[in-house]
Design a protein. Structure first.
Length: 202
């Protein structure tokens, strides 16, 4: 059986049952065998290495990735459904966190980011903020994997070549726009980011 057919077979087990974000092609899916709920993302701009790395580590700090398949110039990712709230939602509901809670989250974030930074070359998240940090009902912290996570690395790697295709060029401007509450000066100046980009957001 060819790898393409094998990938199709694996993906066919996941049936769409609801919408998370139609604009960004994110849907709830259910596995027809185990009946569990998962999240399916279809990405037009991506770095497969990031998802493969997170999948291989099995880190509890990131959503568990079950499938990571390229198809028709897109990456289809099946990841765990996380039952909980973002840190932004928790703060909105409860107000300011205690010193102990804040310190605990900061420590867990440092441990999570060290996993990315230890990769060679280092993966830089670039978008650490409350809305991208999920706290599950079991008090487990998960960091969302977003396009900003790898887009700049792809741009910087090919900035002096013609490799960048129209799909990436169309999104460059959108992802260079600074989120002023969380952005560091290096982000706003459009220069290459390093590990301090993530640590400066904590």
């Amino acid at each position: 059986m060819s790898s393409e057919i094998e990938n199709e077979c694996r993906l066919s087990y996941f049936k769409v049952i609801g919408t998370v974000n139609e604009k960004h092609n994110v849907y709830y899916v259910q596995n027809v065998e185990d009946r569990k709920i998962y999240v399916k993302k279809t990405l037009s701009v991506y770095n497969k290495d990031v998802y493969e790395y997170i999948k291989s580590t099995g880190s509890a700090f990131y959503p568990k990735i079950y499938e990571c398949v390229e198809k028709d110039n897109h990456l289809i990712v099946i990841e765990e459904y996380i039952n909980g709230d973002t840190l932004e939602e928790i703060i909105r509901k409860r107000g300011m966190l205690s010193e102990k809670e804040t310190g605990d989250i900061a420590i867990r974030l440092c441990r999570a980011l060290s996993l990315l930074h230890s990769h060679v070359p280092a993966f830089i998240h670039r978008d650490i903020k409350p809305s991208n940090i999920m706290i599950t009902n079991d008090n487990i912290m998960k960091i969302a994997v977003k396009i900003r996570f790898f887009l700049e690395q792809k741009i910087m790697r090919h900035r002096n070549s013609s490799v960048l295709d129209s799909r990436i060029k169309e999104q460059i401007y959108m992802h260079w726009v600074c989120l002023l509450m969380y952005a560091l000066p290096d982000n706003c100046q459009k220069i290459s980011c390093a590990r301090h980009t993530d640590s400066g957001r904590l």
